[in-house]
Each structure stands twice: as structure tokens, then as C-alpha cells.
Write a protein that binds this ligand. Structure first.
Ligand code: NAD
Ligand code: ZN
Length: 252
């Protein structure tokens, strides 16, 4: 392992443009469960509960689950050594961008500046009618579902309109800007640092593959092999993100 970490460190040191590509695994050590795997949320919950049609059909039920799965957990979570190492590597000029599939805002909390949120964020809510955005911290989630204050004031609706977390539900498209910027990274990067992702979520999983096709070297950190590991990964560092990233950053 030590030799492999050294190999990865050398590659990162000589890289002109490293892009980090992260998934739910980078936040496990912050106490946020993944979707897949042994302790994953899909062992307990039905993924169809996060379908956009279900949200519109049963907003109250859907919001109750969303609050329990995401807001209550993410509110308490803090960046772990992996998020912090990524942010330091950006300060050092090695990491040029982070593409994250996560919605937990922990890369930004750790200090990362260029973060493309491929699946949106829990930090914003959006009105399903007037499309006004709200910082989630300003909305009371003790009464569900939350509604738009602006629409409530307008004569059109007495009830107010439904607010939706600004993350991507199953059945929704990827936000244009995040999508374009993330795919552009696949052309720009000479090194892709893939942390904690099963590589099974489409279309995000295409990005490291495209980067590889454009000549990038792939370093991967995961305690378990992913669908990238034997297909595109050049250096596989089998371990927890917090430990491996701290070791890498120490040597840079
Ligand atoms: P996933 O749940 O499909 O896979 C998680 C991966 O993390 C697995 O390969 C697992 O082996 C690995 N892992 C577990 N512990 C780890 C650790 N300590 N260090 C490094 N890796 C570890 O996650 P995914 O591929 O990111 O896809 C699921 C989708 O669900 C994401 O796109 C995301 O939108 C969403 N999601 C987000 C969060 C979050 O924001 N933190 C949490 C759960 C799910
Ligand atoms: Zn509104």
C-alpha cells in the first residue's frame, strides 16, 4: 500500500490538472450513509421513493423521508480528512476542480472552491411554481411540506407552492451547467482522482471513462473494487478515503 500511495503522490505532483471525482463514499467517515452496499440506504428504503413523480404525487410523505434521510443527517455532518485533503490540494494548485455526485456540501465546507455538483445540493430549495431559490437554512422544515413564501403572498395561491430540494431526483435531468463543466473536465484533466464511488450511477459514471479516453491517468480510492477498478483505474488504493487522502496529502 505504501508503495502505491507513493506512486499516486508522484503522479499528482507532476500533474498539471487533477480533477477529483467523488461519490457517497467520501462522506461515509462524516457519518453520511451511501445508497449502495451493506449499510447502504437501499437496504432499508425503496429507491422509487426518490422518483420525481412520487414527490409530486405525495409531497408530504416524500418530504418526511427526505428530511430524515438527508437534512437531519447532513445538518450534523462535518467534513472529514478526505474533504480537507482535497481542499488543501486545490490551494496547492494541484486540484483544479471537484466533480461531486454528493449533495451534502461537504467539499465546500472543507474549503474547496471549484465544485461542480452533478446531482445538485440539499443547501438550496426551489419553488416548483415560480422557481425562486431559497437557502435551506432559512426554511422551517418542522412543518412539511415546505411552501414558497413568495407564492403565498401573491394572490394566485393561498396555500403557497411546493418547495423541492434542489437536488436531482430519479427521473430528472442533470443541471445544464454542472453537466457541461463536468464533461469539460474530462478533456482538461491529465489525472482523475476518483474517490468513493461505485461508478454505477449514470450518466455521471461516463465522466472518468471519457477522461481516460482523453489520456488521463486514473487514481482510485475505495475500500471495495468499483466498476471502474478493473476497467479504467491505473492506481487502485484500496482503503478508506480519510486515511488514504491524508497519507497522500502529507507526502505532496
Ligand atoms: P454509492 O452509494 O453507489 O457508492 C458508494 C461507494 O463508496 C462504494 O463503492 C463504497 O465501496 C465506497 N465507500 C464506502 N465507504 C468508503 C470510505 N470510507 N471511503 C471511500 N469509499 C467508500 O455512491 P455513489 O456512487 O456516489 O452514487 C450514489 C448517488 O447517491 C450519488 O450520485 C449521490 O447523488 C447520492 N448520494 C449522496 C450522498 C451524499 O451526498 N453524501 C449520500 C448517499 C447517496
Ligand atoms: Zn414560488
Amino acid at each position: 500500500m505504501k508503495a502505491k500511495i507513493q506512486e499516486a503522490t508522484e503522479l499528482l505532483r507532476s500533474s498539471k490538472h487533477t480533477t477529483v471525482f467523488s461519490g457517497a463514499g467520501v462522506s461515509v467517515e462524516s457519518g453520511i450513509p451511501t445508497f449502495r452496499g451493506e449499510a447502504g440506504l437501499w437496504e432499508k428504503y425503496d429507491p422509487s421513493l426518490l422518483q420525481i413523480q412520487y414527490f409530486h404525487q405525495y409531497p408530504e410523505r416524500s418530504w418526511k423521508l427526505i428530511k430524515e434521510l438527508f437534512y437531519d443527517v447532513i445538518e450534523r455532518a462535518r467534513p472529514n480528512p478526505a474533504h480537507i485533503a482535497v481542499a488543501r490540494m486545490e490551494e496547492m494548485g494541484i486540484v483544479k476542480a471537484v466533480i461531486t455526485q454528493n449533495i451534502d456540501n461537504l467539499h465546500q465546507e472543507a474549503g474547496s472552491k471549484i465544485v461542480y455538483e452533478f446531482h445538485g445540493t440539499v443547501k438550496r430549495l426551489v419553488c416548483t411554481k415560480c422557481e425562486k431559490y431559497y437557502d435551506s437554512g432559512t426554511i422551517d422544515l418542522s412543518r412539511l411540506p415546505p411552501t414558497c413564501l413568495y407564492c403565498k403572498q401573491s394572490p394566485v395561491s393561498e396555500q403557497g407552492s411546493l418547495l423541492k430540494p434542489d437536488f436531482v431526483f430519479f427521473g430528472e435531468p442533470i443541471p445544464d451547467e454542472a453537466r457541461a463543466s463536468s464533461f469539460a473536465e474530462a478533456n482538461l484533466a491529465d489525472t482523475f482522482l476518483v474517490i468513493g464511488t461505485s461508478g454505477e450511477v449514470m450518466p455521471a459514471c461516463h465522466i472518468p471513462v471519457l477522461a481516460k479516453q482523453h489520456g488521463a491517468k486514473i487514481i482510485e480510492i475505495n475500500p471495495n473494487p468499483s466498476s471502474f477498478s478493473s476497467a479504467i483505474t491505473d492506481i487502485f488504493l484500496q482503503g478508506q478515503a480519510g486515511y488514504v487522502m491524508s497519507e497522500i496529502q502529507k507526502d505532496l
